[in-house]
Each structure stands twice: as structure tokens, then as C-alpha cells.
Design a protein around this ligand. Structure first.
Ligand code: HEC
Length: 145
């Protein structure tokens, strides 16, 4: 029950990503979308293991969580310039409340660093918090198209 709920949170984090990059002209916007896509891919590796769709592999899980932590650390630099593009899903509130945005990126970094990837049970126990860090930022700073 609890696990199902956590996976729902996780899926909301991933939602609405399909081909959003097509036609983006602003390079800064493209760069941050590409970062988010890499984040999505690393998160999918963990999510599929947690759901039992792929066999659990501690090393691979560890690599994915390390990648997520390093991607989160890059977020402030990639978002700092208030670049926009008709295709962007970024809300202008990011730059009105910049310290909060940075804090949410840091929360994700901590969640990724803190994820215990030693066993499938531990991965399952921790992935909800990581998915929650995506939604916590998206629900305020990303327009769901
Ligand atoms: C600190 C805020 C923040 C955090 C944390 C965050 N995101 Fe995002 N994400 C955004 C913003 C803002 C956008 C919209 C960027 C744009 O379109 O310019 C976005 C866009 C995306 C996109 C769409 C990319 C595209 O192609 O347009 C995906 C997928 C995504 N995020 C996945 C994730 C996942 C998975 C996590 C958690 C592991 C996560 N994000 C954590 C702020 C965040």
C-alpha cells in the first residue's frame, strides 16, 4: 500500500515529458531540458528496478543515484539565467523565488545522495522520497502541459 503510493508520487515526477524538446530554439532552455531528460533516464533505471521490471543491480542503482545527485547539483547553474522559449515548461516564479528553487534542487541532491541502493528493499524504501523531490519542485516551478 505504502509502496504503491510512493510509486504514484514517482510517476508524477516523470509525467508529461514526451518529446517536449522539439522546436526549442533557446540554447539555455535546451540545456536545462536535456539535463531533465538525463534525470528522467536515471530515475527510470531506479524506478524499473523498484517495480521489479528489471532485475535489481546494486552497482547500476548506485550509478544512477550518483548521476542524479550530480545532475541536481548542476541545476542552479543551468537555470540561473531567466531564459525562456515558447516550448519551455519553466514558470517565471523560478526567478522570483530563486533561493527556494535552489533549495529544492539541493533537496533532490540530498535525496539522491541519501538513497540506499544496497538492496532492493532499501531502494524501494527510499525511492519515494527521491520522487517526492521531483514533484516538490515541479508542482511550483513547472507548467504541466
Ligand atoms: C529544483 C526544481 C526541479 C527539480 C528538483 C526537478 N525538476 Fe524536473 N523540471 C524542472 C523545471 C523548471 C522543468 C521545466 C524546464 C523547461 O521546460 O524549461 C522541468 C522539466 C522536467 C522534465 C521535462 C523535460 C523536457 O523535455 O521538457 C522532466 C522529464 C523532468 N523535469 C524530470 C524530473 C525528475 C524525474 C526529477 C526528480 C528526480 C526532477 N525533474 C526534479 C524543475 C525541477
Amino acid at each position: 500500500m505504502k509502496f504503491t503510493k510512493l510509486l504514484t508520487v514517482f510517476c508524477i515526477g516523470l509525467g508529461g515529458a514526451a518529446l517536449a524538446h522539439g522546436g526549442v530554439k533557446n540554447e539555455a532552455v535546451m540545456a536545462r531540458m536535456n539535463l531533465m531528460t538525463e534525470i528522467k533516464e536515471a530515475m527510470a533505471v531506479l524506478g524499473e528496478m523498484a517495480k521489479g521490471k528489471t532485475p535489481f543491480d546494486a552497482q547500476q542503482a548506485n550509478r544512477a543515484s550518483a548521476a542524479l545527485a550530480s545532475h541536481a547539483a548542476k541545476m542552479p547553474a543551468l537555470f540561473e539565467t531567466p531564459a525562456s522559449d515558447p516550448k519551455s515548461e519553466a514558470r517565471p516564479d523560478i526567478w522570483l523565488d530563486w533561493p527556494d528553487f535552489v533549495a529544492k534542487a539541493s533537496d533532490m541532491e540530498k535525496a539522491a545522495t541519501g538513497l540506499d541502493t544496497q538492496s532492493l528493499d532499501r531502494l524501494r524504501a527510499g525511492i519515494g522520497a527521491l520522487g517526492g523531490s521531483c514533484s516538490a519542485c515541479h508542482k511550483i516551478y513547472r507548467i504541466e502541459k
